[in-house]
Design a protein around this ligand. Structure first.
Ligand SMILES: [Zn+2]
Ligand SMILES: [Zn+2]
Length: 227
């Protein structure tokens, strides 16, 4: 029984630490592993939290404990309850979706080209506390996102997956749609104007157009004006 006692202590010390500050991603896993070994884990296919029923496969916005401003995203891939003494501790397993802020910042091109509302499915799986769920989000394609008429803070888009360990996008950046005479990765956060003749989309800055005037002017790009 000695092994169990050790595990029991692991769980209690992790839960105690959770009260004091946030756990790191290894500690969440340690917690679930220790509880699983002790048979304290019950798995479910759905979970009710804060009056809302969550199911496997749903995407959610999550708060990192101790930092309510820092958001992270994930697909729900597992639910369990840890039974510790008289307490039931609901936990979720998520497949992480990476946002702009979590990508390595080395490429200026990416900083310019990636939207605040863009997510990349990663290979990382993590356990977290159920209480970290903020709300469900909707994930659509970049094409659907660009066609959306009203922006909604719970709608995100994706155009690629990102493997964190290999630092690799699929499809690769070279296959992403580019736009304008500057040939930049298309970023729906930016403002574009369309040439009436060749129908190309250009950034306001690259077109030399002021935002206030763009609404009601007939715009022809430099190439079309020359003809
Ligand atoms: Zn441009
Ligand atoms: Zn044109």
């Amino acid at each position: 029984m000695e092994a169990n006692q050790v595990n029991d202590q692991v769980i209690k010390s992790l839960l105690y630490q959770k009260k004091v500050c946030a756990l790191n991603k290894y500690q969440y896993k340690e917690l679930v592993d220790a509880a699983t070994q002790l048979g304290l884990v019950k798995s479910y296919s759905k979970m009710k939290y804060d009056g809302i029923i969550y199911s496997i496969g749903q995407l959610v916005q999550l708060s990192i404990d101790g930092n309510r401003d820092k958001k992270t995203y994930g697909k729900l891939i597992g639910f369990c309850n840890l039974q510790v003494d008289e307490y039931l501790i609901p936990m979720i397993k998520v497949q992480k979706y990476i946002n702009k802020l979590e990508l390595p910042s080395k490429l200026k091109e990416l900083q310019e080209g990636i939207s605040e509302f863009e997510l990349f499915q990663s290979e990382i799986e993590e356990w977290l506390f159920c209480t970290q769920i903020d709300h469900e989000i909707r994930l659509i394609t970049i094409k659907e996102y660009e066609e959306m008429t009203i922006q909604n803070e719970r709608t995100y888009f994706t155009r690629a997956d990102y493997n964190v360990e290999k630092d690799k996008f699929t499809p690769p950046i070279s296959k992403w749609n580019r736009i304008c005479i500057c040939n930049q990765i298309s970023n729906p956060d930016k403002s574009y104007i369309q040439c009436e003749k060749c129908l190309k989309w250009l950034h306001y800055e690259c077109a030399g157009v002021q935002a206030q005037l763009a609404q009601d002017m007939n715009f022809y790009c430099a190439m079309c004006r020359k003809k």
